[in-house]
Ligand binder design. Structure first.
Ligand SMILES: NC(=O)C1=CN([C@@H]2O[C@H](COP(=O)(O)OP(=O)(O)OC[C@H]3O[C@@H](n4cnc5c(N)ncnc54)[C@H](O)[C@@H]3O)[C@@H](O)[C@H]2O)C=CC1
Ligand SMILES: O=C(O)C(=O)COP(=O)(O)O
Length: 415
């Protein structure tokens, strides 16, 4: 499918700007958008099957999703009006970022708002798994009584191995140390250890030492199936595996096998290779029915505090980008923090980062005698983003000319 037609006029009244929010994004997002004049919001509770998603996104100027909605190249190529995507979560692996960038669509997320929620859940799961609580709880529900100290351990003095020492992993580290755990971590980047934690040189080294292994890496080609049968077999006998990162990081069949044959004592899994689209759909997993597996429905970041904050944070980024073109903290766009543009019309030009585009843009202004009152430019590997403030009387002419600059992806005017 062809890239979007840059000739299409994209400057719109706020009530004409269509915003599609999926997956039960918190009401704070709707409220914030309304307070900024954006009232044309469709707010749905679940993700959508691809066909329905394409139908709705084809009319949307902004879309808000969480971790479930897959914004593939095919979907994005069917979104000619789309200006930006808000991921109301941390992970952006569900978006084809390259496609979004090549199509001139900015992507934003909430990199920190739910990190504490995940870290707290991991600490609770560590204690529960070390005490065999998932199994004991199930036995009680069946009318049994498993009062025994066998296989039940304190967290104090045990070794926690954290894979991925980022925003979440490092918070888990601090909380675990306050319980008296020894913390080791593995990361592809050399990280400053917090407290008494220490970085190890390889995943294998971590797996051989840790009583509890907790995964906090993003979904990337390098983390896909990083816990396969060999890595699971390398864990200490009776160790525990926790995963609240992404379902593709662990070979779930190999994990189920290790739990059945007793190589691992327990697990707590929050994320799965395939997750239901909404609360009405059935959850299917080889881990179902295993008493030593604590299963949660991808709720690591689902606390009232986190969701309220994420709703505000991401919708604020979308509104700011729509209002004045600011792209601060965008995950795929050159970052430009822009001042207001009172009195001037602001042209936003997103183009392929190829030689000659900038001089062609500047030519538009020099050849037509249009005075530039402010100009901002930032580029990344794929795209360039130029913002130009001009006198109101010239913006229509400049917009028309800019749309014809070869390499243009999107161009709009704000006033
Ligand atoms: N279960 C849930 O509800 C939630 C899950 N998440 C998941 O947790 C992930 C981590 O979140 P943050 O800590 O905020 O991310 P982050 O980006 O702050 O940290 C990730 C760390 O993993 C490291 N890393 C990347 N590739 C690696 C590899 N191959 N081996 C070892 N280390 C590697 C990075 O260098 C970085 O230090 C997110 O990407 C998301 O997928 C995040 C929030 C909620
Ligand atoms: O923040 C993340 O990356 C998460 O995994 C949380 O996803 P969710 O918003 O709960 O679908």
């Amino acid at each position: 499918m062809a890239p979007p037609d840059p000739k299409q006029k994209q400057s719109l009244q706020k009530d004409k700007i269509r915003i599609l929010l999926l997956e039960g994004v918190h009401q704070t997002a709707v409220d914030l958008l309304a307070s900024r004049g954006y009232t044309n919001v469709e707010h749905l509770k679940t993700s959508l099957p691809e066909e329905e998603l394409i139908e709705k996104i084809s009319r949307a100027h902004f879309v808000g999703i969480r971790s479930r909605t897959q914004l593939t190249r095919k979907v994005l190529e069917n979104a000619p009006k789309l200006i930006a995507i808000g991921c109301f979560c941390i992970g952006t692996n569900q978006v084809d970022l390259k496609a979004a960038t090549e199509l001139g669509i900015a992507v934003f997320n909430a990199p920190y708002s739910n990190t504490r929620s995940v870290a707290e859940l991991i600490i609770a799961e560590t204690i529960f798994a070390l005490r065999g609580i998932p199994e004991k709880n199930t036995v009680c529900h069946r009318g049994g009584w498993q009062k025994t100290a066998k296989g039940s351990y304190e967290a104090r003095g045990k070794t926690l191995g954290i894979v991925g020492y980022g925003a979440i992993g490092s918070q888990v580290s601090v909380l675990a140390e306050s319980l008296g755990m020894r913390v080791i971590f593995f990361d592809v980047i050399t990280k400053l250890p917090l407290g008494n934690a220490s970085q190890v040189g390889s995943l294998d080294e971590l797996l051989e030492q840790a009583d509890v292994v907790s995964l906090h890496v993003p979904e990337t080609p390098s983390t896909r199936m990083m816990m396969g049968p060999d890595q699971i077999a390398r864990m200490k006998p009776g160790a525990i595996l926790l995963n609240a990162s992404r379902g593709t990081v662990v070979d779930i069949e190999a994990l189920a096998e290790a739990l059945k044959n007793g190589n691992l004592a327990g697990t707590a899994i929050d994320v799965f290779p395939v997750e239901p689209r909404g609360n009405e759909d059935e959850f299917v997993s080889p881990l179902r029915g295993l008493d030593n597996a604590l299963l949660t429905p991808h709720i690591g970041g689902s606390t009232v505090e986190a969701q309220e904050n994420i709703g505000v944070e991401v919708s604020d980024k979308l509104a700011l980008y729509s209002d004045n073109g600011t792209t601060t903290s965008s995950v795929n766009f050159p970052e430009v923090a822009l001042p207001g543009h009172a009195g001037a019309h602001r042209l936003l030009h997103i183009h392929q980062n190829i030689p000659g585009v900038l001089s062609a843009i500047n030519q538009v202004f020099s050849e037509n005698g249009i005075n530039i009152s402010a100009q901002f430019l930032q580029t990344n590997e794929l795209v360039g983003y130029v913002v130009i403030d001009v006198d109101a009387e010239y913006s229509d002419l400049a917009l028309e000319k800019l749309k014809n600059v070869p390499g243009t992806l999107r161009c709009r005017v704000l006033f």
